[in-house]
Design a protein around this ligand. Sequence first.
Ligand SMILES: Nc1ncnc2c1ncn2[C@@H]1O[C@H](COP(=O)(O)OP(=O)(O)OP(=O)(O)O)[C@@H](O)[C@H]1O
Ligand SMILES: [Mg+2]
Length: 299
Amino acid sequence: MSKTIAVCNQKGGVGKTTTAVNLSASLALLGAKVILIDLDPQANATGGLGIEKELVEKSIYEVILDGLPAEQSLLPTKIENLKLIPSHGNLSGAEVELVPLERREGRLKEAIKPLGPLCDLILIDSPPSLGLLTVNALTASDSVLIPLQCEYYALEGLAQLLSTVKRVQGGLNRALAIEGFLLTMADFRTKLTGDVIQEVRRHFGSKVYEVVVPRSIRLSEAPSHGLPVALYDPDSTGAKAYHSLAEKIQWRQDDRSSWIRPGDSSADSRGGPDSSRGGDQGPPAVDPSESVSAPSDPR
Ligand SMILES: Nc1ncnc2c1ncn2[C@@H]1O[C@H](COP(=O)(O)OP(=O)(O)OP(=O)(O)O)[C@@H](O)[C@H]1O
Ligand SMILES: [Mg+2]
């Protein structure tokens, strides 16, 4: 059975697409069969995997709104195990077009059911909003991975996101778990990065991945070459970070998937994003009422 992970944060530019593309690629290179769904009208994941978004004819829009079978929208990528359901600018109309439809929050979930037997993992790159597309992503997923940029306002707006997660857990998708919080664009030379990392760990403890994605020129260059960083510059710090994250998530697959190599049993790397710091068991209920604030001393 495949597992579906939504990469969400309504804050713009925090590293959702970079994470969705590079985590998908790294998981695929580790041997998993992965499908990446670009659910953002900006279609950055589509472009980042080298596909001309203007030329896309069968996109996630047609899958959600026109009943196109999801299998028919799958595109190959430069990594054999990684397939993409591309996006298109017309998806920007979907937020409005979905409103009058029946079961509008569950359209994506229904549409991608046939993909389950075709892959081990489905990743969804969400748009920077908490609208119906993001709610569809959360409803269709087993878990949500939340990238947080290492900057002063990293936690701003997070209460809203967690409250949306909680609302979805309350009815549309009771099994939705927090996969983990991923710190991105860290500049380890600055005190600010250290402060933000400390603050995020204080709030979310073992749900924060040990792996922190550094600011890396290679990561920002790779999409313009239509490549995940693992192909563009596999030795870069960014590529190594996403490889480590992929290994962590691979273990979380546990017995849900057959692609974990039999015999591999380093149990201490299983569990939560940061199981070495105490681990976590099962889907946590998030408490959006928990105060989430910006780091107290940014300097
Ligand atoms: N670790 C990193 N190091 C350097 N640049 C990065 C890193 N992660 C992301 N970027 C760059 O930062 C910008 C924003 O990243 P990205 O597109 O992944 O964010 P996003 O959350 O998907 O944005 P949006 O909300 O617009 O969808 C991009 O130009 C990307 O190349
Ligand atoms: Mg994006």
